[in-house]
Design a protein around this ligand. Sequence first.
Ligand code: NDP
Length: 324
Amino acid sequence: MMSKAIRIHAVGGPEVMKWEQVPTPQPGPAEALIHHEAVGLNYIDVYFRTGLYKTQLPAILGMEGAGVVVAVGDEVQNVSPGDRVAYAGGPLGAYATERVINAERLIKLPDSIDFTDAAAMMLQGMTAQYLLHRTFKVQAGQTILVHAAAGGVGLILCQWASYLGVNVIGVVSTPEKAAIAAANGAKHTIVGYTGLAAEVKRITGGAMVPVVYDSVGRDTFNTSLDCLAPLGMMVSYGNASGPVPPFDISVLSNKGSLFLTRPGFATYTSNRADMLACSTSLFAAVAKGIVKIQVNQTFPLEHAAAAHEALEARKTTGSTVLLP
Ligand code: NDP
């Protein structure tokens, strides 16, 4: 049997992504074969495509998908053929009509969640979940700073934090994105990074913020530190503008005994119990309407290169799904 997949044979621009016929893999004893109905687009896919994050080549990109179980290995107990499932996280291989994956990584989908929403929410939504509840546990009444607030993770952070009684200052690049962030719960919005700390000072009456969720990386790292209150927490969880260069830790002391963490999805979902706790919390937030997943763009999986171009050009808002 054959499948179709977006494969890269070299790292580089979107043009390295090729729509190819590949043999449909057979599940090993602990694995399930899934037919994808929808595949999530995430910024991490760009990092693997450009070579910022390393993988063996050739590689099928993608870390998130939703679909139906086609077959399972002998040892698999948690899912059966016909089950509706979704997953997020490594190993790579989601940009394909079919894939195999360790069945322990699969989460059964509630009937209320369709495949497109599932593919959009698993990685971005579980990330927002752990950032707000584990990395830095936000509390009602706090004012926090969220970069790329109209993006995939950003819109979920805005909605969830505002439900928790937190005042979100959302940073975005255009007035249109500011309006979207505001409509999704950001109490304040700031367009651009110039004068960011001064604006945060004005909004917070000089107090500054206890946490910054910074997914932009190189362009915002230093400015973000300047927005923190003493003992504040810098959560540097992405590098959309490029990786943060090597850093002198004495700066943390000078700027107010700050905390710095660089969290990764893999750590927070490394065991099944943590992964299920995180996904259960997300599904509950979606079921209660606390978080509405905004799939603002879809592309045929075959045209994943166009989706990457749009994401890197900052032309997307909310989540983007690739349809096989
Ligand atoms: P987004 O939808 O947020 O897209 C990226 C956004 O980053 C853009 O829309 C843009 O918003 C902003 N941005 C700022 N500077 C640049 C730049 N130079 N080039 C491109 N974009 C830029 O993507 P995702 O929701 O998929 O991911 C958001 C971030 O979260 C990424 O950095 C990703 O790596 C990270 N992430 C981290 C995880 C973890 O566990 N550590 C897990 C999941 C995601 P604007 O135009 O408003 O500036």
